[in-house]
Design a protein around this ligand. Structure first.
Ligand code: HEC
Ligand code: HEC
Ligand code: HEC
Ligand code: HEC
Ligand code: HEC
Ligand code: HEC
Ligand code: HEC
Ligand code: HEC
Ligand code: HEC
Ligand code: HEC
Length: 296
């Protein structure tokens, strides 16, 4: 045999073998005949960009099709544990930055996974494929939060001005750098590792020449109820001085030098109602560039 003949023989053999060892993938076209609903709406789905169409999530479908549609021959989400469903989605979405902390988020730990909040085939919102519009989705499991957004003073989530995801990352977030990293969990971070609040209330970011340590160390939540409050300015207490005195009580072990957070000055006559509204004088309560006592 000349080398030329030998080469073409090999090519022939390879072609024959290729046709026999069937590709386990069959292509989305084949699903159309039996799954009309899922196929008809799929063209608007972000997942048309995924290489293998239906089979990118449901796995190779040739065997399922040949058998006329056997459920155990395809990846059926209705038969998967929530962790397996999570792994399926993360096989592509595990690299996305916003899902860096998904594995140890309180949602994953409570078995609330991708397909609980997202609906691939019956999305209520074309954008982000949510199973329900965002606030309804979150309220369905967090009804206590709904009542907080109905308080007299609140962020206007119900009115659509602010969204849960402006302050929370439902996919999990890195540990906060404030409040000893304990709480709050699932916090969306503004720039790098700051509190979500600063995305919108940028004037509170500073840097201030004289900063009020409470902001960065304990967080905005030490004085404000982030969702809603019965008190103006979303304050945690109805009367401002009771809020201040929670920390400004001289108890040792706290404060920047550990010598207690200073009680208000002896010049303050607490019997005089004028002194009770601390922020009439300490106007720059979030920090000042002019005065160490935040008086201007
Ligand atoms: C010949 C018809 C037919 C074709 C073609 C077909 N299927 Fe199916 N499929 C079925 C039937 C019937 C069932 C229900 C089986 C059962 O309940 O035991 C099913 C079940 C499924 C399920 C499980 C749904 C559940 O209960 O969770 C998935 C997922 C699925 N098919 C995906 C596909 C995909 C993807 C394709 C294309 C690659 C495809 N099917 C092609 C008939 C078909
Ligand atoms: C991004 C992943 C993904 C892709 C791509 C995908 N599916 Fe699904 N499919 C799911 C999930 C998740 C479910 C479970 C129900 C749910 O959460 O919406 C499901 C459910 C199903 C079901 C069960 C019936 C139902 O609606 O619950 C069938 C049948 C099905 N898919 C067929 C298809 C077909 C056909 C295609 C391509 C046109 C396709 N899927 C593409 C993820 C996907
Ligand atoms: C084969 C890879 C792959 C798998 C598996 C996969 N996705 Fe996707 N997903 C994609 C691609 C590609 C996009 C489009 C990204 C883009 O538009 O930049 C996307 C987009 C999305 C979006 C964003 C849509 C939008 O409008 O912002 C959501 C939500 C989503 N996927 C959820 C899921 C869920 C839930 C699962 C598991 C049931 C899943 N994906 C499984 C590849 C995948
Ligand atoms: C607790 C509900 C919840 C769970 C669980 C969840 N998501 Fe989301 N996801 C959302 C919401 C709400 C948005 C819209 C966020 C926004 O508007 O900024 C979103 C947005 C997205 C987006 C588009 C924007 C982005 O962040 O890239 C993708 C992709 C996505 N989710 C994929 C997933 C995947 C994959 C999983 C599982 C690994 C998952 N999600 C789990 C609620 C959830
Ligand atoms: C299917 C039910 C479900 C849905 C939908 C859901 N959650 Fe959750 N969420 C839980 C469970 C369960 C936990 C963990 C238990 C707990 O701490 O309450 C949790 C925890 C949280 C936490 C952390 C609480 C803490 O103390 O650390 C936040 C914040 C949160 N969810 C916000 C959201 C937001 C925002 C949405 C909508 C995008 C949402 N959740 C949708 C069930 C759900
Ligand atoms: C303005 C920012 C902001 C918005 C908007 C917001 N949250 Fe929160 N949320 C927070 C902060 C900050 C905490 C932590 C409070 C703490 O440490 O006690 C929190 C705590 C939580 C908690 C855990 C504590 C609890 O009260 O059970 C849940 C659950 C929660 N939020 C759900 C939601 C849901 C659902 C939405 C939308 C309907 C939402 N949040 C909108 C900032 C926000
Ligand atoms: C997505 C943007 C956004 C984020 C993030 C946000 N806020 Fe707000 N905040 C607003 C808007 C808009 C208003 C105006 C409220 C209104 O009038 O509806 C407001 C009002 C307030 C008020 C009351 C102001 C007044 O004059 O009564 C306080 C206090 C406040 N926010 C604190 C916070 C805290 C604390 C956080 C973080 C937990 C936060 N905000 C996160 C947009 C935001
Ligand atoms: C030490 C307590 C304290 C902390 C911590 C705190 N605030 Fe305040 N904040 C107040 C008080 C008190 C008022 C009301 C001032 C007044 O009535 O003059 C206020 C008012 C506000 C207002 C409405 C008036 C204005 O100045 O715009 C916003 C918005 C606000 N705070 C956001 C924030 C944000 C964002 C953080 C975290 C970065 C934060 N606050 C941390 C005590 C605090
Ligand atoms: C969450 C705790 C906390 C709350 C609440 C709080 N502060 Fe502070 N404050 C601090 C800490 C910590 C310092 C720094 C004290 C130190 O130097 O050790 C400080 C410093 C100050 C200073 C500067 C003191 C000095 O001598 O430099 C003033 C003035 C002040 N706070 C006023 C207030 C007022 C008014 C309120 C109420 C609206 C308030 N603080 C609420 C923690 C708090
Ligand atoms: C009438 C204006 C006024 C009111 C109201 C007021 N302060 Fe002051 N505060 C001052 C002035 C001026 C100083 C600095 C001079 C001094 O020490 O008397 C000061 C100083 C302070 C200091 C620093 C003390 C130190 O040792 O460095 C603290 C803390 C403080 N105030 C907290 C409060 C608290 C808490 C309230 C509300 C209960 C309050 N102030 C109400 C005017 C006021």
């Amino acid at each position: 045999m000349t080398p030329v003949i030998r080469l073409s023989g090999l090519l022939l053999l390879a072609t024959l073998l290729g046709a026999q060892a069937k590709d386990p993938y069959i292509g989305s076209q084949a699903c159309r005949a039996c799954h009309v609903a899922q196929t008809q709406t799929f063209f608007r789905n972000a997942h048309t960009k995924a290489d293998r169409g239906c089979e990118s999530c449901h796995g190779p479908g040739r065997a399922h099709v040949s058998a006329g549609g056997k459920k155990d021959l395809i990846v059926a989400f209705s038969a998967l544990s929530s962790r397996k469903a999570l792994d399926n989605c993360l096989s592509c979405h595990g690299k996305d930055w916003s899902r860096n902390n998904i594995r140890h988020s309180s949602h994953t730990q409570a078995d609330v996974v991708c397909s609980t909040c997202h609906s691939v085939h019956q999305a209520a919102t074309p954008k982000h494929l949510l199973a329900k519009p965002q606030k309804e989705l979150c309220y369905s499991c967090h009804p206590n939060v709904q009542s907080q957004f109905s308080m007299p003073f609140k962020h206007r989530v119900n009115e659509g001005t602010v969204q849960c995801a402006d302050c929370h990352n439902p996919h999990g977030a890195p540990a906060p750098t404030w409040r000893m990293g304990q709480r709050p969990r699932l916090q969306q971070h503004a720039q790098a590792n700051e509190q979500s609040c600063l995305q919108c209330h940028a004037d509170k970011r500073g840097p201030f020449l004289f900063e009020h340590a409470a902001l960065r160390v304990d967080g905005c939540g030490s004085c404000h109820a982030p969702h809603g409050s019965a008190n103006p300015r979303l304050l945690n207490r109805p009367v401002v001085f009771t809020l201040c005195l929670e920390c400004h009580n001289g108890a040792p072990g706290f404060g920047l030098q550990g010598q207690g957070i200073p009680v208000q000055s002896a010049s303050h006559n607490m019997a005089d109602p004028r002194y009770q509204n601390c922020t009439t004088c300490h106007v720059k309560i979030h920090g000042s560039n002019a005065d160490a006592r935040f008086l201007r």
